[in-house]
Design a protein around this ligand. Structure first.
Ligand code: CA
Length: 381
């Protein structure tokens, strides 16, 4: 089997209602998908996290290097692409582009052998996974002290056992909103907060102290990703577990996070940190450091499926034990017209749990009509 072509699909969909996190508004959702074609007739699909037109440029630049390569040599391809760009792309866009290619190669590999990806990565440790609801963003109109608790209660009614709230809008307001959401969902439901690195260590510690009595599952991205000293200070000051890593890349980046003991939970994104090949390595490193790994997931069904394949083989914390803490799936509940539309069979939750796809490769089928529908006019394929 040889690679004959690598195509990119740049997709875009406007939102009915814009929403904001601590640093920006979303008015549209975009996606950058990777399609690897082979002379065997099999096709593999991947997805890149990050600014879609820029990751598209990365993938389109790499594509001709891989024409004629054996797609089953995922490790060789990863190392070759990384080495060619090492001097210029150890983090960020280059690794995001490589991630999408790597995921597509694993999809191909699974289809070639007729098994799900997780069977090739050691076999499943679990067949389904607990999901938490990511939502609770800010809206243009209304009172967040009213609509956020209502939204959170809705997720609980849907069966979710944990929800994640966006913070980073000012310490006092964050504390009031967190308190209101905790009251709405009651003491039994997990509540995490995510500042998207809107704060420095001083503000993050101030917020952490205010919300510490509210039984917070984790405090995500309290400070900017470059500030590992800030992470350490926040982690030392608070009883709340500290999470981060959606803006970190490869085993080399996470080596620094882990050896600094900067986070309790790392969240490498499979579509960003280096794909399935790299995230499995990062997961094994995390386990050796006694650090949990709950993947960051913000993509379409392709990114969700790739995350589920990794979640199938992520170790619990810590096995073997009768009731280990299992890794969680981040399940984005915000509006995303492309997310499930591109899958012939959507990936849904049932009572807050999501089944790990067990078909060949990523275990999904792509709806090409949906791709055509969301293709942007900027897609210079
Ligand atoms: Ca986040």
């Amino acid at each position: 089997m040889r690679i004959t072509a690598i195509h990119t699909h740049l997709l875009e969909a406007p939102l009915a209602e814009p929403f904001a996190y601590s640093r920006a508004w979303y008015g549209t959702r975009t996606a950058m998908l990777v399609e690897v074609e082979t002379d065997s007739g099999l096709t593999g699909w991947g997805e890149c996290y990050g600014p879609a037109p820029m990751t598209q440029a990365v993938v389109r630049t790499i594509a001709p290097w891989l024409t004629g390569a054996d797609p089953l040599r995922t490790e060789w391809i990863w190392q070759d692409v990384y080495a060619r760009l090492r001097d210029h792309g150890q983090k960020g866009l280059v690794i995001e582009g490589l991630s999408g290619i790597d995921i597509a190669l694993w999809d191909l590999k699974g289809k070639h052998f007729g098994v799900p990806v997780h069977r090739l990565m050691g076999g499943p440790l679990r067949t389904d996974v607990e999901a938490y609801a990511t939502g609770l963003y800010r809206r243009k109109a209304g009172d967040p002290l009213k609509y956020l608790p209502e939204e959170a209660a809705g997720y609980v009614a849907d069966g979710f056992r944990a929800v994640k709230l966006k913070v980073g809008f000012g310490v006092a307001e964050d504390a009031a909103v967190t308190r209101a959401v905790r009251e709405a969902i009651g003491p039994e439901i997990g509540l995490m907060v995510d500042a998207n690195h809107a704060y420095d260590a001083v503000a993050a510690m101030a917020l952490g102290r205010l919300i510490e009595p509210l039984d917070i599952g984790w405090f995500e991205e309290p400070v900017p990703p470059e500030d590992l000293a800030g992470y350490k200070a926040v982690k030392a000051a608070l009883g709340i577990p500290i999470a981060g890593g959606e803006c970190e890349y490869t085993r080399y980046g996470f080596r620094e996070v882990l050896t600094a003991h900067a986070m309790d939970i790392i969240q490498p994104d499979i579509c960003a940190a280096g794909g399935l090949s790299e995230c499995k390595k990062i997961a094994d490193m995390a386990m050796a450091f006694g650090v949990r790994y709950n993947p960051h997931v913000w993509g379409t069904g392709i990114g969700i499926a790739a995350s589920l394949q990794l979640l199938a083989v992520l170790p619990a914390h810590t096995p073997p034990s009768l009731r280990p803490a299992e890794p969680l799936l981040e399940f984005d509940r915000t509006e995303h017209p492309i997310r499930q539309a591109i899958l012939r069979t959507p990936i849904e939750h049932s009572g807050g749990r999501v089944r790990i796809p067990d078909g060949p490769g990523l275990g999904i089928d792509i709806d090409r009509e949906a791709l055509a529908r969301f293709k942007t006019r900027h897609d210079a394929r």
